[in-house]
Design a protein around this ligand. Structure first.
Ligand SMILES: [Zn+2]
Length: 351
């Protein structure tokens, strides 16, 4: 059978480090955008970084419009699309944490213009991935939108966010250990397409963060830089795979399910981290080593620390495989009963 083709979209420029934001003007110049841009931010992230992006671009005599969003719902995306249609910018700047970037990514893709990612937190891999997750859409997980044309990640700005965000980012990267195991399993059991290179890249990011746990504990810009590079590599691995497969397996399904059962309890990465402990156990891996690493980062490792009930964890485990029926994971293979899920959560000390 001939291989189906897929399109890979990559960032053209990536600037990571202290003072990176000061380069937004040059980035626009080099990419050939000198007329206009729309800055999408939240009220807070506008003050933290959006305003600066606007001022820097205005110095270049670009026409800059601003649109503030608060959530990442279908409505927010529609509102941004309307704004794009009316001001017709050459490109969009997505300034913020997860939600603002998701909205800008999705709306710019729909309107067929590029976007530049300017993250103000490093809490998950969406800052560099071609996927976005929008609340109120028919899917509770990420769907393909477009990859950022450039990423400008200023560590001095990202340092201002609570360190909990960075820890959540580390957990989203560590989650790739089980995501890749699930992908391999789907290839073996279901003959699903498996991209060895994309898988290796995601896995390498996870190993890189694990190897630098001691540095991450110091909560400094150096650690943040390593985390950002890992998150960006994860984004690139998804661009290569053409889906979130290398970065999202059973541990993400657990996180999505828990978010449906108890919305907004724990951050995305935190829920994935707890999911990774349990899914590593199911895969027969060294879950204690992972748990120790997460504990070292002071990340939540159980239901209480996530702020959910024991019963929520069991419910989420039982619901996980139905979150995304086409995504085959260890959960489909084992097809456990309630009692076994309870045992899994107990033995890994999640409940
Ligand atoms: Zn994730």
């Amino acid at each position: 059978m001939p291989l189906k083709h897929h399109r890979m979209q990559f960032p053209r420029e990536v600037i990571v480090g202290r003072g990176a934001i000061e380069h937004v003007g040059q980035v626009c110049d080099r990419l050939g955008f000198t007329d206009s841009a729309l800055v999408i931010a939240g009220a807070k992230t506008y003050n933290i970084a959006g305003k600066m992006v606007k001022q820097l671009l205005e110095k270049k005599e670009m026409k800059i419009d601003v649109f503030l969003v608060e959530n990442a719902t279908v409505r927010d995306v529609e509102a941004v699309e309307k704004k794009i249609k009316s001001v017709k910018p050459q490109l969009v700047f997505a300034v913020g944490g997860g939600t603002k970037i998701d909205v800008a990514k999705c709306s710019s893709a729909e309107q067929d213009i590029p976007f530049i990612s300017v993250p103000t937190t490093a809490s998950h891999d969406g800052i560099a991935s071609p996927l976005s997750s929008i609340k109120g859409s028919d899917k509770p997980y990420s769907v393909v939108a477009q990859a950022p044309l450039a990423i400008v990640a200023d560590t001095r700005i990202i340092m201002r966010a609570p360190w909990r965000f960075a820890v959540s980012g580390c957990e989203d990267v560590i989650a790739k250990f089980t995501a890749v195991k699930d992908w391999k399993l789907a290839h073996k059991d279901k003959d699903e397409y498996y991209g060895g290179y994309a898988a290796s890249l995601a896995l390498m990011s996870a190993k890189h963060v694990m190897q630098n746990i001691e540095l991450m504990k110091k909560k400094n810009e150096e650690g943040l830089r390593i985390l950002l590079e890992a998150l960006i590599s994860c984004g690139v691995s998804m661009s290569i795979a053409g889906s979130s497969r290398p970065c999202s397996g059973s541990e993400h399904l657990f996180s999505h399910a828990l978010d449906v059962i108890k919305p907004n309890h724990g951050m995305h990465g935190e829920r994935c981290g707890v999911g990774t402990i349990m899914m590593t156990y199911l895969h027969g891996g060294n879950w204690r080593r992972l748990r120790d690493a997460l504990k070292g980062l002071r990340a939540p490792v159980n239901a209480r620390e996530l702020g959910v009930e024991k019963e929520d964890v069991i419910k989420a485990l039982r619901m996980s495989s139905s979150m995304r029926p086409e995504r085959y994971t260890i959960l489909n293979k084992l097809n456990l009963r309630r009692q076994s899920y309870e045992h899994l959560a107990k033995v890994t000390e999640v409940i």
